[in-house]
Ligand binder design. Structure first.
Ligand code: S3P
Length: 176
């Protein structure tokens, strides 16, 4: 696919997509290749709160977690020239979409639900997937969220690719 190159000097690179789409690992690969800092919203919330995301969901509820996300996203969006690895639900909130779009290039990492499921099935730290049928949950979430994810500036398919493959593909389109 032929794509116009996008200038990213000083702009943030914002990775969005469902759980298992490879945002964290691709974010690390991109940061290394570009010599930039990477910030993971999930990791930062866990550090700041001194609790796992599962504990926050259980103790204070999902709505509280979404508020913590929104505060953090607002702060991160003010930084320049960083990579932001967004938790899967970040781009669902309108305010988050607005500030993230203003802060840089938003990249949707997409994958088939079977691929997503394959990547997450042995992990237990994601409260939304601690259900009887996590594959169905992923399908439902994709149906609900795809319209928001589609607002990204660029979309990359990650099925069958390593994080480094995806990062290199992204960099072919971004002008440093
Ligand atoms: C969530 C995704 C998770 C984490 C939380 C909720 C979501 O992040 O923020 O469990 O709503 O999709 P990852 O996408 O990094 O797994």
């Amino acid at each position: 696919m032929l794509r116009k190159r996008i200038e990213i000097k000083n702009k943030n690179i914002v990775l969005i997509g469902l759980m298992g789409s490879g945002k964290s690992s691709t974010g690390l690969a991109l940061a290394k290749l570009l010599k930039r800092k990477v910030f993971s919203t999930d990791q930062m919330i866990e550090q700041e709160q001194g609790k796992s995301i599962a504990q926050i969901f259980e103790g204070q509820g999902e709505a509280h977690f979404r508020q913590l996300e929104q505060h953090l996203v607002k702060d991160l969006s003010k930084k320049k020239g960083i990579v932001i690895d967004c938790g899967g639900g970040v781009f669902i909130q309108e305010e988050n979409r607005k500030v993230l779009k203003q802060s840089g290039v938003v990249i949707y990492l997409s994958a088939g639900v079977e691929t997503l499921y394959d990547r997450i099935k042995t992990r237990t730290h994601r409260p939304l997937l601690n259900v009887d049928d996590p594959l169905k949950k992923l399908k439902d979430l994709l149906k609900e969220r795809d319209k928001f994810y589609q607002e990204a500036d660029l979309t990359f398919q990650t099925d069958g690719k390593t994080p480094l493959d995806v990062a290199e593909e992204i960099l072919k389109v971004l002008e440093k």
